[in-house]
Design a protein around this ligand. Structure first.
Ligand SMILES: Cc1cc2nc3c(=O)[nH]c(=O)nc-3n(C[C@H](O)[C@H](O)[C@H](O)COP(=O)(O)O)c2cc1C
Length: 273
């Protein structure tokens, strides 16, 4: 049910909604209307609502007045470039946690990231309480060290075992003493579970950095929780049929960076034919 309505007074009949609909659901009949029989093609992108300049169009019962206006609101390119190049992987954290309201706001905003076929397949599992994080840290570290000292790490995961060995002196190589953890998972059967999760996580990474928070992508924790010690996937309440695609530690940084690093550029090829 699209619940597609048009305010006839406000509509300028410009046709932008029909032109921008990616699946041709809308056509112009004086006013924009839903093409008969095409409702099933709607991918719920809401472009029709977003592209309507006078805010005359509503879909799924959404009031355009509740959308954020965009004019002049995007960050300028220099700010965006500095954020992309200036965010760093933070491995030193303050003990105090981040306000849960801010964490949940950032997760909500990050969830606006694009996904394949515009579904909402990604589940974000967050440890927003530093005491819970301390218990999880202690249990995962103990289990990982126990595995190292008994059966050893499974074939193919020896490198993770080497990292875990670094925890023997009490250093938290696994979670870098961060007070929070974020895991992105999606059903194995989704169209693009890995990509969907990584995009949401990347958005969260940049958003968190823009708020002065520190983050570090945590491949070690992902390997442990998703595969090597799967009991923690269950304990964290992540559904069995989900792939844990990426994990991130975050919190208030106890380190400040003053300039960008100077990386060699990536491989960029220009094609001409
Ligand atoms: C998928 C992925 C997994 C990562 N896993 C870890 C990790 O387990 N522990 C860690 O300290 N850093 C991890 N990193 C961070 C990288 O090591 C880091 O991006 C790199 O050192 C460059 O530093 P920068 O992010 O400050 O530019 C990971 C990064 C990515 C993209």
């Amino acid at each position: 049910m699209l619940n597609f309505t048009v305010d006839e007074e406000k509509c300028t009949r410009c046709g932008e909604c029909a032109k921008d609909c990616p699946t041709g659901v809308i056509e112009m009949d004086g006013l924009p209307v839903v093409r008969p029989g095409s409702e099933v093609r709607c991918i719920e992108c809401q472009h029709c609502l977003a592209v309507c300049k006078p805010g005359a169009l509503s879909v799924f019962g959404k009031d355009p007045a509740n959308s954020l206006p965009l004019k002049g609101m995007f960050p300028d390119p220099a700010t965006m470039e500095t954020l992309v190049m200036g965010r760093r992987s933070v491995r030193r954290y303050k003990k105090e946690g981040v306000d849960p309201a801010l964490i949940h706001h950032l997760l909500e905003v990050a969830s606006h990231a694009p996904t394949a076929v515009n579904g909402r397949p990604v589940t974000l599992t967050v440890v927003d309480d530093p005491d819970t994080m301390d218990r999880l840290r202690a249990e995962v570290t103990a289990a990982a060290l126990n595995l190292l000292h008994t059966d050893g790490f499974p074939e193919g995961w020896e490198r993770i075992g080497d990292y875990v060995r670094g925890c023997e002196d009490g250093t938290d190589i696994l979670f870098r003493n961060a007070p929070h953890l974020l895991l992105a998972s999606a059903p194995e059967g989704a169209l693009a579970p890995m990509a969907d999760c990584h995009i949401v996580m990347s958005y969260f990474d940049l958003l968190a950095s823009s708020h002065g928070l520190g983050t570090v992508w945590n491949g070690i924790a992902r390997a442990l929780i998703s595969t090597i010690l799967p009991q923690f996937k269950t304990r964290l309440g992540i559904p069995d049929d989900h792939i844990v695609a990426c994990v991130m530690s975050f919190g208030r940084p106890a380190v400040k960076y003053h300039r960008t690093v100077q990386r060699p550029g990536g491989t960029i090829r220009r094609v001409d034919f």
